[in-house]
Design a protein around this ligand. Structure first.
Ligand SMILES: NC(=O)c1ccc[n+]([C@@H]2O[C@H](COP(=O)([O-])OP(=O)(O)OC[C@H]3O[C@@H](n4cnc5c(N)ncnc54)[C@H](OP(=O)(O)O)[C@@H]3O)[C@@H](O)[C@H]2O)c1
Length: 323
């Protein structure tokens, strides 16, 4: 198994993370159905059988139903828990009677959310609690206290971040006693800003790029695991109907299919192998609820693209030669 930064803390973590956002029906407040439960059960067992033991949640997914259905599976099969690493996120709040949709990284909300997450998931502890998005009102000392309390109570083992840039990560890290072991960011072939930021360094043509310089390098230097969300680009390069998509997407998908044939593998695995080839040691989060697609993703771990293949995919996806 490839050595990842996260192995320093969680030595048995799988190289892929299963993203649970698609479990629990859909984004509404309808109650969970037996069909939702059956789907979650089948997916969880398949993910574990595929040697993926890392599960990514958030308190908001499907208005809490993703965690709820996962917790129902755990309640009926408690022995599954010991083979799982469970991560969840907090800090995004829906509009409610006290205010608009907002971010909330106050100590009080972090602790309240964690209690609710644990209750929904039917588990005594989280392996990793992640702050979902930066909150302009976040106070590092207050977060540090909340993390210290959650750690001392045994409710959370490790802590991490999501969608935070280098300065936010460093700002929080200097106040928080526990290591921040994860930063989960949108990195994919359809959101290339994480690469464009580097290749356009000092070039005014790159002024449109929105990714904060140094974020990946900071993570690497500080043993912070980069996890990528949106890794599969919602299937755009691996079988989704793209006949109405721009020509650049179609050409990229064609080349990925050609490479999949060369390697005798799936297009999903080429898409993920492209992320895995990057030296920041990305741990992709895969969000498919389709059993065949989950198996197809797993094949990525056996593929190492050449430098030339990696660049060909990148150039096709960005739709222009490198500057
Ligand atoms: N930290 C954050 O802010 C953040 C934000 C978003 C997501 N996440 C995490 O990242 C995970 C993955 O994110 P994601 O779902 O946005 O990205 P993704 O993994 O790129 O895409 C998964 C979605 O694409 C669909 N899909 C994949 N291949 C397909 C194909 N060939 N044809 C049709 N549909 C296809 C899947 O449908 P099927 O289920 O039918 O395969 C699923 O809805 C989530 O589950 C969540 O854990 C984190």
């Amino acid at each position: 198994m490839k050595k990842l930064p996260i192995h320093q803390y969680l030595p048995h973590a799988s190289e892929l993370v299963y993203g649970c956002m698609g479990l629990g029906g859909s984004w509404n407040k309808d109650p969970l159905t037996q069909k939702d439960f059956m789907q979650a059960h089948q997916v969880i067992e398949h993910v574990l059988d595929s040697q993926i033991n890392f599960f990514d949640h958030a308190d908001i997914y499907q208005f809490g139903k993703a965690e709820q259905v996962f917790g129902k599976v755990l309640k009926e099969n408690p022995s599954l828990r010991e083979n799982m690493i469970i991560q969840s996120k907090c800090g995004i709040r829906f509009e409610d009677k006290s205010g608009p949709a907002r971010y909330d990284l106050s100590g009080e909300w972090i602790c309240e959310s964690t209690n609710n997450i644990l209750a929904r998931l039917n588990t005594e502890y989280l392996d990793v609690l992640v702050l979902h998005r930066p909150d302009p009102l976040m106070d590092p000392e207050e977060i540090a206290q909340a993390f210290a309390d959650l750690k001392a109570s045994g409710k959370v083992k490790y802590f991490g971040l999501s969608n935070m840039h280098i300065s936010q990560a460093a700002y929080l890290a200097q106040a928080i006693e526990q290591p921040l072991i994860v930063n989960q960011l949108e990195l994919s072939l359809t959101n290339l800003n994480w690469l464009e930021e580097g290749v356009f360094a000092g070039n005014p043509d790159g002024s449109h790029v929105n990714f904060t310089s140094g974020t990946l390098e900071y993570a690497r230097r500080n043993d912070m695991q980069i996890q990528s969300w949106g890794s599969l680009s919602q299937g755009l390069f691996s079988g989704k109907d793209i006949s109405k998509e721009p020509i650049g997407i179609q050409r990229t998908a064609e080349y990925i299919k050609t490479l999949a044939d060369v390697y005798n593998t799936s297009p999903e695995s080429i898409v993920l192998a492209w992320l895995l080839r990057h030296p920041s040691a990305v741990q992709p989060v895969i969000g498919s609820t389709n059993i065949q697609r989950i198996s197809a993703c797993k094949q990525a771990l056996a593929i190492k693209l050449t430098r030339e293949q990696w660049y060909q995919i990148y150039i096709l996806a960005r739709g222009a030669k490198l500057p």
